[in-house]
Design a protein around this ligand. Sequence first.
Ligand SMILES: NC(=O)c1ccc[n+]([C@@H]2O[C@H](COP(=O)([O-])OP(=O)(O)OC[C@H]3O[C@@H](n4cnc5c(N)ncnc54)[C@H](O)[C@@H]3O)[C@@H](O)[C@H]2O)c1
Ligand SMILES: O=c1ccn([C@@H]2O[C@H](COP(=O)(O)OP(=O)(O)O[C@H]3O[C@H](CO)[C@@H](O)[C@H](O)[C@H]3O)[C@@H](O)[C@H]2O)c(=O)[nH]1
Length: 329
Amino acid sequence: MAILVCGGAGYIGSHTVAALVSAREEVVVFDNLSTGHRSSVPTGVKLYKGDLRNLDDIEKVFLENDILSVIDFAADSRVGESVTDPLKYYDNNVFGTIQLLKTMVKYGVKHIVFSSTAATYGEPKNIPIEENDRTIPTNPYGETKLTVEKMLNWVDKAHGVTYTALRYFNAAGAHISGKIGEDHKPESHLIPLVLEVAGGKRDKIMVFGDDYNTKDGTCVRDYIHVSDLSDAHVLAVKRLESGGDSRVFNLGNGTGFSVKEIIEIARKVTGHPIPAEIKGRRAGDPGVLIASASAATKELGWDPKFNSVEAIIESAWKWHKNNPNGYEE
Ligand SMILES: NC(=O)c1ccc[n+]([C@@H]2O[C@H](COP(=O)([O-])OP(=O)(O)OC[C@H]3O[C@@H](n4cnc5c(N)ncnc54)[C@H](O)[C@@H]3O)[C@@H](O)[C@H]2O)c1
Ligand SMILES: O=c1ccn([C@@H]2O[C@H](COP(=O)(O)OP(=O)(O)O[C@H]3O[C@H](CO)[C@@H](O)[C@H](O)[C@H]3O)[C@@H](O)[C@H]2O)c(=O)[nH]1
């Protein structure tokens, strides 16, 4: 029986597909290639090009394959864009997941691992953030992910579909093989943008706000290596398949780095001066997001390997140097 990976041609999805293949799982990928890349899916893995919002597209996969569990990465995920275009986010992230869940219920598929986010918390009261802390999203992106988490809870009660919602903090880095990495067009994430400056593709990095209540006034985030995230997905799906109950887990390193610190570390890693310019705040950005991931460590047996942000940035730099234009397609 196969694991269906929706959004498996995307950044975190492709790394998880690689981890599942290494674990000798049978994998089927479903992706509309809106931000994903055909060539990030390994040869030998079936790729269905389709959109989750289209029931015919997704139903074809369930008809043609024996699906045991689903891992769902498919979503739009730019915090800033979600503020200016909230309906795009409700349409893709909420309606798309409704269509997926309807199909799972129809075909009796009982397990789903869902990509949630630290953006569900909004401006946190406590640092590090624990899973049962309050959730008041400050942007539509986080709101759509929280809405899906709540929907999953009701779908479990009504239809016995068990779920794991993994609330990732900031995914970064690239696979050690050097063959897959982050390629978003346009790019909006801090680390790849900083590395585009180092690679000569941009003149400077814009720092969104230096008047936050943090050590140097810039936003603090918890950066977690994409391969550590993919390992957590393999553990989560296996736990559900062995009868584990529905749960929410944070995934982060438990250490925060400011935007200025990230730029400084990237200067050391790349040897490039990386000019920076302070701009105004980006709408919807909380000041500090740092995870407590002790529940995932304890209950999933998760053991992240990349606990230095230098190593995370080095792995991303290797990918950017070897693939300055991302995937050649
Ligand atoms: N990157 C991060 O730091 C981060 C942090 C927290 C949560 N997340 C969540 O993790 C997931 C993956 O993030 P990513 O950075 O890999 O993003 P990504 O854009 O690289 O991957 C998303 C994939 O889903 C596909 N997709 C989007 N909408 C679809 C649809 N309607 N039907 C079929 N396929 C569709 C895209 O083509 C892409 O391949 C997202 O759900 C995101 O919200 C990401
Ligand atoms: O050119 C840039 C880009 C980003 N930032 C800042 O850098 C930090 C990190 O930004 P970014 O890399 O865009 O990530 P986030 O906005 O923190 O969001 C990521 O992390 C969230 C969880 O923390 C996920 O939910 C999102 O999907 C994922 O994009 C933020 O403070 C941004 O304001 C800049 O200063 N300049």
